[in-house]
Design a protein around this ligand. Structure first.
Ligand code: HEC
Length: 125
């Protein structure tokens, strides 16, 4: 009986811990981006009719990435200023006129809001 109540209390501690984690993930991360928005950004980045970033870049969680562009890792270290990252995604040809990366914003391939969501997702990689 004693060990049974011990199991019950251990189980409820685990349940509380899991619930706590669940709540934390529905709120916002340190950068102020909600988990739901990060998921939207990831979906847009991976969608072949939207960002299609995986055609050229390797990105954590993405399947069958291309390798003709640098892997998108350690983004915060390499792009401390998120605005610089957004500008790269908006119009890669501003920095490199010969870039093969599509100028997503300039050509209105994806909307301003979608570029914000993709930038938030990429920045935390
Ligand atoms: C057709 C290939 C292609 C696609 C699609 C593409 N990129 Fe790129 N990207 C490149 C290349 C090539 C570079 C290297 C710099 C250059 O040539 O402009 C680059 C550079 C970058 C950089 C700078 C990386 C660094 O280390 O400095 C970022 C950030 C980036 N791309 C993000 C994205 C995102 C986000 C998407 C999807 C919305 C995307 N790219 C889609 C080809 C692509």
């Amino acid at each position: 009986m004693r060990s049974f109540s011990k199991i019950v209390s251990t189980t409820s501690i685990i349940a509380v811990a899991i619930t706590g984690l669940g709540l934390a993930s529905t709120t916002v991360n340190a950068a102020g981006t909600s988990k739901a928005d990060l998921e939207k950004g990831q979906a847009l980045a991976f969608n072949r009719k939207k960002g299609n970033c995986l055609a050229c870049h390797s990105i954590k969680g993405g399947k069958l990435p291309g390798n003709i562009a640098p892997p998108l890792v350690a983004m915060k270290a390499r792009f401390p200023d998120k605005a610089v990252l957004r500008a790269q995604i908006y119009n890669a040809s501003a920095k490199n006129p010969n870039s093969i990366m599509p100028p997503f914003g300039r050509h209105k391939i994806i909307s301003e809001k979608e570029i914000d969501l993709i930038t938030d997702f990429i920045h935390q990689l």
